[in-house]
Design a protein around this ligand. Structure first.
Ligand code: SF4
Length: 77
């Protein structure tokens, strides 16, 4: 994965978080969401160590799964 693409993905995620925060919407996912998301990532072939290796992601899974504004790039959650 190209580093610039990954950096762009990160800033996109931060923009979504900021939009929610400014609008007064929740930013963090409820604990039950986080548990379910992490269990799906744990069994995913695109997971490598702590990160998702999908070209449209590259995120640190422990952080991505906590954010209500994020979604799995292949629709698993
Ligand atoms: S975010 Fe989606 S594609 Fe990435 S590791 Fe998790 S389940 Fe797999």
């Amino acid at each position: 994965m190209k580093i610039f693409h990954r950096v762009g993905n990160f800033f996109g995620a931060m923009e979504r978080v900021a939009d929610n925060a400014i609008s007064g919407r929740d930013v963090l996912a409820p604990p039950s969401f986080v548990v379910r998301r992490r269990s799906l990532c744990d069994t995913c072939l695109l997971r490598s160590g702590l990160t998702c290796q999908h070209e449209d992601c590259g995120c640190v899974i422990v952080a991505k799964t906590r954010l209500l504004t994020e979604k799995c790039p292949i629709g698993r959650w």
